[in-house]
Ligand binder design. Structure first.
Ligand code: UDP
Length: 235
């Protein structure tokens, strides 16, 4: 039974209680869905990339909602109560950060920056400070925000180290979290070039959704290259 359809995925309830199936879609959206497109096979690539990265993170002690792959574009996940925040972690200034703060594009930040955005399309996903998060009731207390920050930084360390070994620079990314029925904080959603910015270490070539946002070329080629590099197959 379909319980939710978002921009990138459809979520289905399964016979097994406490689990959902996440089906990755081929649709592409950017700029709060003002720009739309479709790329056949993108859903499968994002699902396989997410699988590899969730498995990497689990092996390093990060608790995630990922259970197993069901089909190449469908993943079995734990059913969780989502926190309505986007946790963005940045290593290099680009995107909305350069626009908001006037920072030079491509500048390395002195430390990993963690930001919270409110998941609300009607408001355009506004940037929040800690008090905003509490006033909106997005989380129950400051401890949860602290835990989200720490998990964001730890995930950044693990993924940055992994990607650099594949000649990719992890520029920034967006995470979503939720609580399991047992009350455990789990990393959820997906980890794919739709929400991670990756630049080739040598050429600076963009291998993520900016290819779609900025019309830089073939989106599928870029995502395929990311999957090949993750699998250590070069290209
Ligand atoms: N991001 C995302 N979903 C969003 C907004 C941002 O996945 O709704 C990701 C984006 O792909 C990038 C990071 O979060 O890796 C930071 O995005 P930014 O705030 O620079 O926004 P953008 O430039 O995409 O508007």
């Amino acid at each position: 039974m379909l319980i939710y359809e978002g921009k990138g995925k459809k979520l289905y309830l399964t016979q097994e209680q406490g689990y959902i199936q996440a089906e990755f879609k081929d649709d592409l959206t950017a700029f709060n869905a003002q720009k739309r497109g479709e790329q056949k096979g993108k859903g499968e690539l994002n699902c396989l990339i997410s699988q590899a990265l969730f498995e990497l993170l689990e092996s390093k002690g990060i608790a995630t909602h990922y259970v197993k792959l069901i089909e190449n574009h469908i993943m079995l996940c734990k059913k969780i109560e989502m926190i309505p925040l986007e946790v963005v972690v940045r290593n290099i200034a680009t995107g909305s950060l350069t626009k908001r703060l006037g920072l030079e594009e491509g500048r390395s930040l002195p430390f990993a920056l963690v930001e919270f955005y409110y998941k609300d399309d009607a408001l355009g996903d506004p940037l929040l400070n800690d008090e905003h998060c509490l006033i909106l009731g997005a989380v129950r207390d400051r401890e949860v925000l602290q835990e989200l920050r720490e998990m964001g930084k730890r995930i950044n360390e693990i993924l940055s180290e992994f990607f650099i070994s594949r000649d990719l620079v992890l520029v920034d990314f967006k995470l979503e979290f939720g609580f399991s029925e047992e009350g455990e904080l789990l990393l959820a959603d997906e980890l794919s070039p739709d929400n991670l910015r990756l630049w080739d270490k040598h050429t600076g070539k963009k291998l993520d959704k900016d290819v779609f946002r900025q019309d830089l070329g073939d989106v599928k080629n870029a995502y395929e290259e990311v999957l090949h590099r993750i699998k250590g197959e070069g290209k």
